[in-house]
Ligand binder design. Structure first.
Ligand code: CTP
Ligand code: CA
Length: 226
């Protein structure tokens, strides 16, 4: 009976989430992307909404339905994603960077389809580094003051704990969540390693929605009281 009157864990909070891959155009018909399905980020958006949050979901190109009650902003490139995130970050209490942002984009994009020139030679592509969306938000005054709680993800092929701890420090985020491999892309289940200032805890293998609900609970527990 008492439970019924307890407010939801994220009631009154605004949660901003990135999800999916980004797509970096080479020309009008080609581009560089990655195998992120967006499933974990979309599950987190659903779970945060269930927990009572107002949710903004910035999504790269994915084939997933928008969770009920979630405000979705579709983007293509990492630069688009950064613009959309910065437009919502000031109003957010939590930022969860679940997107697999392309680390590099082609240094230039051709307006026209690049054609074979008949020489048999392949074109050489030059790349530039994309902005680090999470590190940028984590370095903002509100995040540094503890008013915007930032959560990063990491997919590593080996030494997950060490890499996750290093990434947490490098990004300047209080919570870094490691995907426990081997291959999480596109799967419906996963296992997570939560790394914070106190150490690390594992959320054992489960469906992504079940994991998302647990992670949302863990994030809510870590938020400063208001
Ligand atoms: N991230 C981001 N913007 C980028 C790259 C990554 O916001 N340009 C975020 C991801 O959404 C994730 C976290 O940073 O939450 C870690 O991403 P990851 O690719 O694991 O780390 P990188 O810093 O890009 O390092 P590397 O890929 O070399 O391991
Ligand atoms: Ca990366």
């Amino acid at each position: 009976l008492v439970r019924h009157f307890q407010p939801k864990a994220l009631a009154g909070r605004h949660v901003l989430i990135t999800a999916g891959p980004t797509f970096e155009a080479i020309d009008p018909v080609r581009g560089l992307t990655n195998r992120s399905s967006g499933k974990m980020g979309f599950a987190l958006a659903r779970a945060a909404h269930e927990a009572g949050a107002q949710v903004t979901l910035v999504a790269g190109p994915v084939a997933l339905p928008t969770p009920r009650g979630v405000q979705r902003v579709d983007v293509v490139s990492a630069q688009d994603m950064q613009r959309a995130v910065l437009a919502s970050a000031d109003a957010a209490d939590v930022f969860i960077a679940a997107a697999a942002v392309a680390d590099w984009r082609p240094a230039s994009t051709s307006d026209q389809k690049i054609k074979k020139d008949g020489s048999g030679e392949a074109p050489t592509l030059a790349f530039v580094e994309n902005p680090d969306i999470l590190a940028g938000v984590a370095a903002s005054p509100r995040a540094r003051a503890g008013a915007l709680y930032c959560v990063g993800f990491a997919a590593e092929s080996h030494d997950l704990l060490a890499h996750a701890q290093a990434k947490r420090a490098r990004k300047g985020v209080p919570l870094l969540v490691g995907n426990i491999g081997p291959d999480t892309f596109g799967r419906d289940d996963n296992a997570l390693l939560l790394v914070d200032e106190a150490g690390s805890t594992e959320l054992p293998r489960a469906g992504k929605l079940a994991l998302a609900r647990q992670l949302v609970t863990e994030i809510a527990r870590r938020l400063p009281r208001r």
